[in-house]
Write a protein that binds this ligand. Structure first.
Ligand SMILES: Nc1ncnc2c1ncn2[C@@H]1O[C@H](COP(=O)(O)OP(=O)(O)OP(=O)(O)O)[C@@H](O)[C@H]1O
Ligand SMILES: [Mg+2]
Length: 237
């Protein structure tokens, strides 16, 4: 479904964030993209979603394609219309708008069926239904994370990219968020990539694991081989 070949990504023309990376995601997969701080996880996801130009970033070499179609040079809105949604770090939403308004705004690019999808998102995250009139700025970190995942689902993506959804959340909240992601993956047949440093819960549900370090893939393995101890060794080396 997604195929990055020998991809090198740079910021400001000189900062090499990703260097010659091969990364493929099969339809129906749930891929864990792991690596320590600065490994290049967010940069790779931003390149897929077409967001690099907003940070003076660029694809310096290689190819990125979705269903065999090159994504290079495409505007993020066109990439979103192809069915790719990126939930970036930082839980971006309109904090002054209500939960319902945020979810509705997220469906503007794909208005058909939006009411049904809103119901679906409320079914996955019942507290969003209960609190739908409240400003998003009043939510806790975990609740905000669920809102931004819900917003991504309003665009009916076939490929959902989640950048460090667990950041700053309590272990219970991480469990809750990943439980819902796993259900969506199964029930809605959405292909998922989750970038994280290490989350045991993610390793339990992943179908494939990539480990990045300093911009390179240092490990590509089935999840059974990516135990915490092996990852720690890779991170520390
Ligand atoms: N906007 C930017 N401008 C310049 N350099 C950047 C920018 N964003 C990231 N970098 C650099 O690119 C490299 C990869 O960063 P990236 O954010 O992709 O790592 P990451 O794996 O997502 O790390 P983390 O786990 O801390 O989020 C780092 O060296 C970082 O300093
Ligand atoms: Mg990151």
């Amino acid at each position: 479904m997604l195929e990055a070949r020998q991809v090198s990504l740079r910021y400001d023309g000189v900062i090499q964030a990703v260097d010659g990376v091969d990364f493929t995601v099969a339809p129906g997969g749930l891929v864990a993209l792991l690596g320590p701080n600065g490994a290049g996880k967010s940069t790779l996801l931003k390149a897929v979603a077409g967001m690099l130009p907003f940070e003076q970033g660029e694809v310096a070499a290689g190819s990125i394609s979705f269903d065999g179609r090159s994504l290079l040079g495409m505007h993020p809105a066109s990439i979103a219309r192809l069915g790719i949604a990126l939930v970036q770090e930082g839980r971006q939403c309109f904090r002054g708008l209500s939960i319902a308004e945020n979810l509705k705004a997220a469906s503007l690019a794909r208005p058909r069926g939006a009411a049904t999808r809103l119901d679906m998102v409320f079914d996955y995250f019942p507290f969003l239904r209960e609190m739908r009139q409240r400003p998003a700025g009043h939510l806790s970190g975990g609740q905000l994370q669920m809102l931004v995942i819900g917003m991504a689902m309003m665009g009916q993506p076939r490929l959902l990219l989640l950048d460090e959804p667990s950041l700053g959340l309590s272990p219970t909240m991480v469990q809750t968020v990943f439980d819902v992601v796993e259900r969506m993956h199964h029930e809605l047949s959405v292909t998922v990539v989750v970038a994280e440093q290490t989350v045991p819960r993610l390793l339990k549900m992943a179908t494939d694991v990539y480990v990045l370090s300093r911009g390179r893939v240092v490990m590509h393995t089935p999840p059974a081989q990516a135990d915490e101890e092996t990852l720690q060794r890779v991170y520390l080396s």
